[in-house]
Design a protein around this ligand. Structure first.
Ligand code: ADP
Ligand code: MG
Length: 628
């Protein structure tokens, strides 16, 4: 038996590890199972190139809890280690690796507390164990070795009588970590980190029904038998070629990933690249709601089939974090902080690759089945619109598939829309005016009157639409958006009205004075317009600019606080050609004139949902009095 000192400069770095990585103690199991997997796959490789005499067979990794002995065992049938190799790889490599890691990230860990994802390796066993044993038999023809260490830099190494190839790690679980002796806790960890690892992982046994013979009577009860409980799927869909998979395979993998999701995804994107970085994965577009809140089921990041995190911020462009699925890359540096990750060149490339792939997929879906794409538009628009806003590359590509639906259910691309309206919907400066509504019910009368004039009205109702409009207006040439109930639409109305005012200048002055007396000036800016005689006499519009600023502020426009206390000012357009206006002017008594104006104003407010509370009650009462 050898005794020795592990060559570390820090006297006892284990307490440090415990302290820094407190929140992530659980990753020890992932690390040890990763090592067991590596050892198994290395053996597989050696067998395939004829460098070992042993049979590869059908190796498993087994996790065993010994509750009474307070021990957790991780057993593999991989290539094992000789005593010399334990010296080298455990005493030197693993320990110096851990020390280096600590040196480098001590401060970062203190500052941010987010060193969640790193490769501390074998050493992480000491986060939960007071003593660790390695019993290992190499595939080479050499005696087995037994290494023991209690967390101090001292270790012992002796011969062992283990005869079967592979390594057994025994963790003597520390008093403060007994949760890791609970079956439910280990089960939870195995499902979280090891669900798709490439070597079968056994954890206990389970009872299953034995298949009944063909001629068994209908009411026969099947016999039970006990089999190994294998917790992982070693060949998940993303490791396969797209040509091997049918649509149904993608869907069932989705259910495997997110067992609590009942709805099928809308479509998937299979990622597969090996240059200039390695990355595989499958992304799914789920049905989206307008709710921008963080979702529970997120994209999962794997490194060689080992779960790392479901916080993919920085790796996946932000607008795609609403998607679901898996990304697996050995090239993503995991043992670094988030800010480092975001600055990493390889990671940036990954992000733009994913953006491109998503855009390409959307384009091909649109081209191959436009009808289906249109049907799904409402469920995917939020991602696409968000992408157009946040990624310029995506914005450019989106011209090929971004849709602009109308209130009547047609869907145009930007180009189609442009061609459709360019002859008709231009203002006096020859700017293209794109009309849109955000609510079919509250803006009903405005939509109808715009349609009656032959205008196309888009239906844009995503929460971020005002940002998108702003972006389109600054990117596309010479266009402006106008909500049907907004004041920009006046430009259109004015332009196509050749109607001449029926009123004389004198009558206009009288009307203006009358209106000023009755209409509260802090709420309405009154404008006299000569419009079609059958257009509404009183129309309330909201200044487009103010409304948009407010909306953008609500969805996080940033830096626009000065609009926070903006008064609610509306435009009141009075159609001087309407019969009602003539009637107001011709009414004899001032009192009756005022009554007519008040009633008309209230009707206009009512149609905009602006009449509330006491004013609404008074209006209803007054209306009943009138028809009595
Ligand atoms: P890494 O896995 O990144 O190399 P670790 O600290 O996890 O670092 O492990 C250090 C080394 O110890 C491994 O590279 C490997 O050579 C050896 N090792 C650890 N666990 C096993 C195992 N179960 N079987 C064989 N070798 C192992
Ligand atoms: Mg390792």
């Amino acid at each position: 038996m050898t005794k020795g000192n592990i060559n570390v400069s820090v006297e006892n770095i284990f307490p440090l590890i415990k302290k820094f990585l407190y929140s992530d103690h659980e990753i020890f199991l992932r690390e040890l199972i990763s090592n067991a997997t590596d050892a198994t796959l290395k053996l597989k490789h050696l067998t395939s190139i004829g460098e070992t005499k042993t049979e590869y067979g059908n190796p498993q990794i087994e996790i065993k809890i010994d509750k009474e002995g307070k021990k957790l065992h991780i057993i593999d049938q991989g290539l094992g280690m000789t005593a010399e190799e334990v010296e080298k790889y455990i005493n030197q490599v693993a320990f110096s690796g851990a020390e280096e890691f600590l040196d480098q990230y001590k401060d970062a860990a203190k500052d941010s507390g987010i060193i969640g994802h790193f490769g501390l390796g074998f050493y992480s066993a000491f986060m939960v164990a007071e003593k660790v044993e390695i019993i290992t038999k190499s595939h080479k023809d050499e005696p087995a070795a037994h290494w023991t260490c209690d967390g101090s830099p001292e270790f012992s190494l002796e011969a062992s009588d283990k005869t079967d190839r592979g390594t057994e790690i025994v963790l003597h679980i520390a008093e403060d970590s007994t949760e890791f002796l609970e079956e439910a806790r280990i089960s939870e960890l195995l499902l979280k980190y090891n669900k798709f690892m490439p070597v079968s992982i056994k954890f206990g046994t389970k009872e299953v029904n034995v298949a009944l013979p063909e001629d068994a009577p209908e009411d026969a009860t099947p016999e039970k038998t006990t089999v190994d409980n294998i917790i992982n799927n070693p060949n998940p869909a993303w490791t396969k070629q797209p040509t091997e998979l049918e649509d149904e395979n993608y869907k069932s993998f989705y259910r495997e990933l997110y067992p609590s999701q009942f709805e099928d995804p809308l479509f998937h994107i299979h990622l597969n690249v090996d240059y200039p970085f390695n990355l595989t994965g499958i992304l799914y577009f789920p049905k989206m709601t307008n709710d921008l809140n963080v979702q529970k089921d997120k994209i999962q990041l794997y490194q060689n089939q080992v779960f790392v995190t479901d916080n993919v911020e920085g790796i996946v462009p932000e607008f795609l974090t609403m998607l679901r699925g898996v990304i697996d890359s050995p090239d993503i540096p995991l043992n670094v902080s988030r800010s480092y990750l975001q600055a990493d060149g390889a990671v940036k490339k990954i992000s733009s690759y994913i953006t491109r792939k998503v855009a390409d997929k959307l384009k091909s879906l649109f081209n191959s089945n436009r009808e289906d794409f249109e049907a799904k538009w409402d469920d995917i628009k939020i991602v696409i619109e968000y992408g157009m806003l946040s990624e310029d590359k995506f914005f450019e590509k989106a011209d090929a598939f971004a849709l602009y639906p109308t209130v009547d259910g047609a869907h145009y691309t930007y180009e189609e829309l442009y061609n459709k309206i360019k002859a008709k919907q231009t203002d006096k400066d020859d700017k293209l005016v794109i009309l849109y509504a955000s609510n079919k019910d509250t803006q009903h009368s405005y939509i109808e009157s715009a349609k009656a004039k032959g205008y196309e009205v888009l239906m844009l109702d995503s929460p971020i639409v005002s940002h998108l409009i702003q972006k389109l207006e600054t990117t596309k040439e010479n266009i402006s958006f106008a909500r049907v109930d907004g004041d920009h639409i006046d430009n259109l109305i004015k332009k196509d009205e050749t109607a001449i005012s029926k009123l004389s200048e004198e009558e206009k002055t009288t009307l203006d004075a009358l209106l000023k007396e009755v209409v509260p000036s802090e709420k309405f800016m009154v404008q006299l317009e000569a419009m079609d005689s059958d257009a509404s006499p009183f129309i309330i519009t909201q200044p487009e600019f103010m409304r948009r600023m407010k909306e953008m502020q609500q969805t996080g426009g940033g830096g626009m606080n000065m609009f926070g206390n903006m008064p609610e000012i509306h435009n009141l357009i009075v159609n001087t050609n309407s019969e009602l206006v003539s009637e107001i002017l011709n009414t004899k008594t001032k009192k009756k004139q005022e009554r007519l104006i008040t009633q008309s104003l209230d009707l206009a407010r009512l149609s905009q949902g602006l009449l509330k509370g006491e004013e609404l009650t008074n209006f209803i009462k007054r209306s009943y009095d009138m028809i009595k």
